[in-house]
Design a protein around this ligand. Structure first.
Ligand code: SF4
Length: 65
């Protein structure tokens, strides 16, 4: 799911320590640095949100680790 990014998201991501990236997901294989279901992870990684991006991508298979 792709949604527009705004300053509210950035504020709340930090204030509530939101977990939504592959590194926070039980399907993420840390050793392989890849999704166990072979989904592309380029736009779900935590580092993506440390820089300005026009939108936010949420994975529908995200399972909190
Ligand atoms: S299921 Fe989605 S959020 Fe989880 S590791 Fe795979 S791509 Fe990332």
């Amino acid at each position: 799911m792709r949604v527009a990014r705004d300053s509210t998201f950035d504020d709340e991501r930090q204030r509530f320590a939101l977990r939504h990236c592959c590194e926070d997901c039980g399907m993420f294989n840390l050793a392989r640095s890849a999704c166990a279901h072979e989904w592309p992870t380029q736009e779900h990684r935590r580092s993506d949100y440390e820089q300005p991006t026009p939108d936010i991508l949420f994975c529908k298979e995200f399972e909190l680790r």
